[in-house]
Write a protein that binds this ligand. Structure first.
Ligand SMILES: Nc1ncnc2c1ncn2[C@@H]1O[C@H](COP(=O)(O)OP(=O)(O)OP(=O)(O)O)[C@@H](O)[C@H]1O
Length: 241
């Protein structure tokens, strides 16, 4: 279980996250829903140890990791796929996977992990010798997801994995994330569009100006019309470039 208690994240005078309480349980996808600038990425960066919080606590299975360096959190099974396509564009697909494997102290067999990736996303097998920068947006996102999950982390943070992708690719990616969570993992997924988030998430937290304004199960949020109201707010105010 991942718990966040009374979390504040600030950049100087800018308060990006304010007093957030959140619980994400194993076997479920928990969505962070909010428009551009709502504080989703800042919250995730605090959880993975990239941005130190100004206040509050973060616990993994009851252990307080608030002051723990990012690499120690990674060793405890926490992985973070950040917003934007962070891969080595000049390296091949397989070289990117090798790098991801060695980035953490490897245990188990790389070949087995690689076979799993290629069995799941056959396009990555076909394109394993292609430079990652030549892949389509959807293929790059499957590579990023594969890199983030190569070590089968128990806690997976995904920052807007659907960003800019065609609906058919989003469905494939969501299928993967759903299966991943079902195998007793904690998945925290951020998404600007509530309608998209609620297609895959079991529960959600809606953030606005850094604060949780509502939370609930998928059914609860859907019945409250969160999806529609947020989507129209998004369409009116934000751009998704
Ligand atoms: N490194 C930074 N320095 C200063 N302000 C920042 C920094 N990163 C984020 N912010 C500000 O913090 C607030 C929350 O941003 P954050 O990126 O966490 O939101 P978000 O919900 O993830 O939005 P997006 O969908 O654009 O990533 C915004 O006002 C943003 O401008």
């Amino acid at each position: 279980m991942l718990e966040v208690r009374g979390l504040d994240v600030a950049y100087g005078a800018i308060k990006a996250v304010r007093g957030v309480d959140l619980t994400a349980t194993s076997g479920q996808i928990t969505a962070l829903i909010g428009a551009n600038g709502a504080g989703k990425s800042s919250l995730m960066r605090a959880v993975s140890g990239i941005t130190p919080p100004a206040r509050g606590a973060i616990l993994l299975d009851g252990e307080d990791i608030t002051r723990m360096p990012a690499h120690e959190r990674a060793r405890r099974g926490l992985a973070h796929a950040m917003e934007g396509r962070r891969i080595f564009h000049q390296h091949t697909v397989e070289e990117n996977l090798v790098t991801a494997w060695h980035f953490r102290r490897p245990d188990g067999s790389f070949k087995d992990a690689l076979d799993q990736v290629y069995d799941r996303f056959s396009i990555l097998r076909e394109r394993r010798r292609a430079k990652a920068g030549t892949l389509s947006g959807g293929q790059q996102q499957t590579l990023i997801l594969s890199m983030a999950t190569l070590h089968s982390p128990r806690f997976l943070l995904l920052d807007e994995p659907s960003l800019g992708l065609a609906p058919v690719i989003v469905s494939q990616i969501f299928d993967f994330i759903r299966d991943y969570a079902r195998a007793d993992r904690v998945v925290l997924l951020s998404e600007q569009l509530a309608t998209l988030a609620l297609r895959v998430a079991d529960q959600g937290y809606v953030l606005k100006h850094g604060e949780v304004v509502t939370r609930g199960s998928r059914a609860e949020l859907s019945s409250r019309g969160i999806a529609d109201s947020l989507s129209s707010a998004y369409l009116g105010t934000a751009s998704r470039s």
